[in-house]
Design a protein around this ligand. Sequence first.
Ligand code: IVH
Length: 709
Amino acid sequence: MTTLRSRDIESLTEVEAAAELAALAAEIAHHDALYHGQDAPEISDADYDALVRRNRAIETRFAGLIRSDSPSRRVGAATAEGFAKSRHGEPMLSLNNVFSDTEFSEFCASIRRFLGLAPEEPLRFVGEPKIDGLSINLLYEDGVFVKGATRGDGTEGEDVTPNLLTIASLPKRLHAPFPARIEIRGEVFMDKAEFLAFRATQEQALADREARRARGEKLGDAIVVPANPRNAAAGSVRQLDPRITASRPLKLFAYAMGAASEPPADSHHDFLKRLEHWGFVVNPLSTMLDGEAAAAAFQRGMGDQRAVLAYDIDGVVYKLDRLDWQRRLGFVGRAPRWATAWKFPAEQATTVLQDIEIQVGRTGALTPRAVMQPVTVGGVVVRHATLHNEDEIARKDVRIGDTVILQRAGDVIPQILGVVLERRPADSVPFAFPTTCPVCGSHAIRDGEDVVRRCTGGLICAAQTVERLKHFASRRAMDIEGLGEENIQLLFDRGLVKSPADIFRLRDHRDALLALEGWGDRKVAKLLDAIEARRNVALERFIFALGIRRIGEQNAKLLARHYHTLAEWRERMIAAHVIGSEAREELGSIQGIGPAIAEELVEFFAEPRAVAALDDLVAQAPPLPAESAAASDSPFAGKTLVFTGTLETMTRDEAEAQAERLGAKVTKSVSKKTDFVVVGADAGSKATKAAELGLRILTEAEYRAMSGM
Ligand code: IVH
């Protein structure tokens, strides 16, 4: 049954296509039954995927022949539970923001520094209006649209192919020539006018539904009235029924690519031209800009035009035009070094401060949060704002009852800029910041220079425990589906989950879960499945999930790459307790791990209860060892490298980033654990020490040759 058809779809007649679709429907249904029903597949996943893709490709060409029992309506399509997951060929990342000329200049300077360019070297950018819609990833194979997914967590999104097929401006086939396989990224959005009209129909539908409720009639599906065009676009793409998506006025602008079998252009500007040639709509305002001044002028021009554009924009994305420079610059964390979003100035409003709440975070930080009379700023209703910390409240002398000036920029949390003193009530008093934890009552103290007051309750503080659990299960950490903040709070309140390890013991408490209000068989089974699916995650995720102060995703990755296994990391962290020990030196020598971070790690491992909780967790859910090296065929994969002296053909930053891409660990100091020392001009003591230890010393030219540059 596994004949893989190879005939060119172009050459199929309609009759042949219909026959093949019928055969594919039967064949795929047969494999589905074997796979899901009997757990006994006859063919490989790759062969199965090929059948599914062939089916989709034929349907794309012969849309009129799509069968009611078509596999595309089931496979990868929505089920009652939601959408199938889809892994991106290359991660979908986000952008850093700048808000002013100065910050943009700093961005340009950092590019020049990294590439070692002279300050007067002009940088050519492409400026593209930044639409706040829904970013999607579109896979084309042999020029045919085969799969489309939302961004999701950046690595894996939701397969929304049938919905995307309904968008008119999404090309179903590309005009030749095209790479055999390419991912195209773009933004799905709704025009302002279309959004307002759509919202009006939703409001009407909601009013009708309320009227039915009043008459005691059947209600039908819930109705969502979207707050802004972004939500409207996102909600429309994530419909379980593609017919609903088809009825929504969605558009698409394409602007980037992901994985590709061959590079389609040398510059971003040429790439945009390719996109247009293939049949995509590229934002017509996208402009090539020679130099920083041209970019700044473009920014002002866009700001002036903003109000009259058909769609909402919140800034402009500037991308370095040369793709070879883009490749050299690469990424730091989740954002590229070669692009930035220059956001428009923040919008302001005034409102009354009703209360200052104190929240306790997972590291015990007491964070004040303003509760205000709701007010609209930049099209969004705002009720809460950050007040940062105790000193900030004192410095601005913000008091309950004050009229405050509020600012909201992009998607950052709104901020309180200051107080309108003329409107201060006569009886107001300065705000007294609490010195005890509002949750556990422990002393809350400030350590040395720290501006943050922290609860000293540690593991006994319920707020810290719950926040740590929420962090642990969250999407960027363990990513346990169905275990969001609300459910964690509920399970904690009911005494079912007190520590991360308890989550993995929930399977022994099925009855207690079933006893929770609204938790039926299906819901419990689904949650337990989701927990099982995350029992063994990558070490870097696991370390990040622990929620140790200052250990974000980036640092967790550095630690995982360096120590490889949990056992090694645990042992070395405990050994690092002794200042001056070899383990402490090693920790300090990891590129990117500074003394404050090292201190935090050592403190965590010095707390016996924290280590006990960790061991308990590991017994339940041991993480996988870190994968060595993205490019494992490089001679530097898994090796420890030190750069010293002045390099000639690249800057130190670039060399280090590049070595890391080849899978190397870059450290600052030379020790007997070092594998290679790359020596530039005027190298000092590190080169001498390397020679003494008999390490492998490379010149810059040797290093370049070995790394395949
Ligand atoms: S490029 C690595 N170009 O902004 C480059 N993004 O903050 C990643 N966006 O998730 C994105 N217009 O949803 C790019 N012309 C444009 C964009 C754009 C809007 C959104 C996109 C992305 C977010 C990043």
